[in-house]
Write a protein that binds this ligand. Structure first.
Ligand code: AMP
Length: 114
């Protein structure tokens, strides 16, 4: 846990969120500034800075996060049409919160990657 990390605060219940899913290893909540009709963040409880810090030890956790994203996509009704799972790494990669997370984006046509 990182005392200054906004996602750690959300996980500890010290900052507000619209929580959609919680288990022992992961949480998922709505992005505060959505860029698609469905924009959910899937976040490990463990404070890992980004995907660049992931080790072989974390492999089961990463698989779990992707499975949670797929489950949420089904529950939120976007699985059949398709959706995007994105993780940004570092400032130039577009990362602004330095606690590993996947963006689950859907409900509209996705274009480009840039
Ligand atoms: P990234 O820029 O890839 O690190 O993604 C961070 C995301 O977290 C952005 O899409 C922000 O809108 C979102 N965000 C930042 N603070 C909060 C918050 N308090 N609750 C929900 N989402 C947040």
């Amino acid at each position: 846990m990182d005392a200054d990390c906004i996602f750690c605060k959300i996980i500890r219940g010290e900052a507000p969120s619209t929580m959609l899913y919680q288990d022992e290893y992961a949480v998922a909540f709505k992005d505060i500034a959505p860029i698609a009709p469905v924009h959910v963040l899937i976040v490990p409880r463990q404070h890992i800075v980004s995907a660049a810090e992931v080790t072989a030890e974390n492999a089961p956790l990463i698989g779990h996060l992707i499975a949670v994203a797929a489950r949420l996509a089904r529950e939120l009704g976007i699985a059949e049409r398709g959706y995007r799972l994105v993780t940004n790494i570092g400032r130039e990669g577009g990362q602004s919160v330095f606690h590993l997370h996947w963006h689950l984006l859907g409900g509209r046509q996705m274009r480009g990657l840039g």
